[in-house]
Design a protein around this ligand. Sequence first.
Ligand code: ZN
Length: 79
Amino acid sequence: MTVPDHDAPICSARGCRAAAVWVLAWNNPKIHTPERRKTWLACEEHREHLSKFLGVRGFLKDVVRLEDWKSPESGSPAG
Ligand SMILES: [Zn+2]
């Protein structure tokens, strides 16, 4: 059993320990200001699932490759 590197970004899908490849940027207009971006991380397998989850709620703003993502607030995707 391999223990993932704590510095390596991990997919945000529940129970998934795969390395994240995608950043899903989203915003809930009811609780966030319009310029605010929350981020979820997704592996290849969960990108569609997570983006659909956000998309049906109208929250999804952007899907960007992790390597191309420049986040102003790097930290935990939770919250
Ligand atoms: Zn995953």
